[in-house]
Design a binder for this molecule. Structure first.
Ligand SMILES: O=C(O)CCC(=O)C(=O)O
Length: 276
């Protein structure tokens, strides 16, 4: 259930921390899968999951298309712990935006981050882009992209937590410290020390929900071990995939109709001879 306080705090800060929203058996299942996939090399395929870095190896390994990796990650597509909040904040119910369904996941990955690794500051509404937009009209949200970052293990001080600048989704100016902390190709950048930024500490099973317009990145991991999280990014069903990955036929074949719509809003592609 969505409360008025959820709406108020999301509008005010641009993010919410959702406590204990991933069932234990799902967490265990996801972690077992990551134990098997964690040595994937960048550029390597493991089934339909792809090893990947955003800008540099110092941000940690991404396992793109992680919703292909098994039932626990499929469950997270429409996890009751956040799906109604995501629909509410992306908005568009009862309008043309819903013609082919409520949502599209345009990127999904797991990230494994080790000591020394971090991701620099990025996003924010300056310069303004459609995908990142935060918009409220007549008390209804219409956000371009809502991110769910799921803690697959505890993420506390020293663990390389995601950092956000609360309220920055509404800022009219670029943060003066942005360039010194922004994502650098080939060098470690982090959000540590940026004025106004806070670490989002999560317990295993919590999730951080935020609008991509929020200025964010992460702290550098200084502890031993690894941070494990998964990220699903949701936007309107008429959006498009961030990367040239597409869901496999096998995945589409086994998902429930509700999940399939969020992964691929069009039931089929129509072409001449295939339009009935
Ligand atoms: O890795 C993190 O903590 C932040 C992830 C991030 O920057 C993003 O999802 O856009």
């Amino acid at each position: 259930m969505i409360t008025d306080l959820d709406k108020y705090l999301f509008d005010l800060n641009g993010y919410l921390i959702l406590k204990d929203v991933i069932p234990h058996e799902i967490l265990n299942g996801c972690n077992k899968i990551l134990d098997e996939l964690k040595n994937t090399k960048p550029g390597e395929w493991r089934g339909h999951v792809h090893g990947h870095f955003f800008g540099s190896a110092t941000e940690g390994l991404n396992l793109q298309q992680i919703y292909e990796a098994g039932e626990p990650f499929e469950y997270l597509i429409d996890n009751p712990g956040w799906i109604d909040l995501v629909k509410c904040f992306v908005g568009g119910e009862g309008t043309h935006d819903y013609t082919h369904g409520p949502l599209l996941i345009d990127e999904n990955f797991a990230n494994i981050r080790g000591p020394g690794e971090a991701i620099g500051l990025h996003s924010g509404p300056v310069p303004w882009i459609k995908r990142c937009q935060f918009h409220v009209h007549n008390q209804k949200f219409n956000c371009g992209q809502i991110n769910i970052l799921m803690a697959l293990n505890d993420i506390g001080p020293g663990d390389g937590a995601t950092m956000v600048i609360p309220g920055s989704h509404k800022s009219n100016f670029r943060h003066p410290e942005f360039d010194a902390h922004s994502m650098g190709i080939g060098e470690t950048r982090s959000v540590d020390g940026v004025t106004g930024a806070i670490e989002a500490h999560l317990k295993k099973g919590d999730a951080l929900l935020f609008v991509d317009a929020l200025c964010h990145g992460s702290a550098q991991r200084i502890n031993e071990g690894e941070r494990r999280m998964a990220a699903y990014r949701y936007g309107p069903s008429w959006g498009f995939f961030r990367h040239p990955y597409r869901p496999s036929k096998a995945l589409l074949g086994r998902l429930s109709p509700e999940r399939r719509k969020i992964v691929m809003p069009h039931e089929k592609v129509i072409r001449p001879g295939n339009d009935s």
